[in-house]
Design a binder for this molecule. Structure first.
Ligand SMILES: NC(=O)c1ccc[n+]([C@@H]2O[C@H](COP(=O)([O-])OP(=O)(O)OC[C@H]3O[C@@H](n4cnc5c(N)ncnc54)[C@H](OP(=O)(O)O)[C@@H]3O)[C@@H](O)[C@H]2O)c1
Length: 258
């Protein structure tokens, strides 16, 4: 795949979160112009001083259309962790991606989506399919994407800086937050990250600095496939609820064809 168009304006979704705030700094560090999608401007002014803010709510598609306008790229680190509704993951982790894709219309920004090392697992405590379902929408959309599935943050020793990129959904381990957000931003800027899904953990050693080499070693997902290239076939689309299959169809509608 060829180099994406020049990336300058990056809409940061989840920017007020514990990851999002570091992701904004990583984008700034790379000379990008981050714009933070926030629900509460006053609160965000305190959390993200000096950062351009745009009001938007992942559950309000109209607000997303305004916020997305002009974005060259999106970094998606939103999450439903502080939302007590029993179906919060469906509304936020999944519904947020669905609503963004619908609100984009014909726009084709580069997208970096953060999900979880457990995205395809059923055998770990708290496992749920909503982040994987959100990944599926993004793949189906045909947009230029990278999906990063980080391991457990705050569970890596300071000596564990050597990045380990895996595919297939069996990886486990820790990773520092700054390495997750650096990987998300690097994925926007590296050709060989396009169309790839990978788990991200870290092991003892020094951090690699050739991102092109690191990302080139990974296999790309099949175009428009619903799952990552080596994902286990443990969530068949044919067994998914009709509403979710309809969302997949809408995300992959021809107007987004690349
Ligand atoms: N535990 C782990 O080791 C691990 C590993 C990998 C990935 N993760 C995942 O990482 C994700 C992010 O983590 P975090 O610590 O950054 O979460 P967080 O601090 O709770 O941040 C969540 C972000 O999503 C935003 N958000 C929620 N609902 C929204 C809505 N309706 N409209 C717009 N924005 C909305 C929040 O905005 P407000 O500030 O307005 O609430 C906030 O910016 C989580 O989903 C988590 O599952 C966790």
């Amino acid at each position: 795949m060829s180099q994406q168009q020049n990336i300058t304006d990056v809409l940061m979704v989840g920017a007020t979160g514990s990851f999002g705030r570091i992701a904004v700094q990583a984008a700034q560090h790379h000379g990008l112009r981050p714009r933070a999608l926030v629900r509460d401007i006053r609160r965000a002014e305190k959390l993200l001083p000096g950062v351009e803010l745009v009001h938007g709510d992942l559950e309000d598609p109209a607000s997303l259309r305004r916020a997305l306008h002009g974005a060259d790229a999106l970094v998606l680190t939103h999450g439903s962790g502080s939302d007590s509704r029993p179906d919060a993951r469906a509304h936020i982790d999944y519904g947020g991606v669905r609503n963004i894709l619908l609100a984009l219309g014909d726009a084709r920004p580069r997208v970096a989506l953060m999900t979880s090392v457990c995205a395809t697992r059923h055998d770990v405590p708290g496992a749920n399919p909503w982040k994987r379902r959100s990944e599926r929408l993004l793949r189906a959309s045909g947009l230029p994407y990278t999906i990063v599935r980080p391991g457990w943050f705050d569970h890596a020793d300071p000596t564990q800086r050597r990045l380990v990129l895996d595919q297939g959904g069996t990886a486990d381990g820790g990773i520092a937050r700054d390495q997750i957000t650096e990987t998300l931003v690097r994925s926007l800027l590296t050709d060989s990250a396009l169309g790839k899904t990978f788990e991200l953990t870290a092991t003892d050693g020094e951090e690699q600095n050739d991102w092109s080499v690191l990302l080139s070693a990974l296999k790309a997902d099949a175009p428009r496939s619903v799952d990552g290239i080596l994902d286990p076939a443990n969530l068949p689309v044919t067994a998914e609820p009709q509403a979710l299959r309809a969302d997949l169809d809408a995300a992959g509608s021809p107007r987004k064809a690349g």
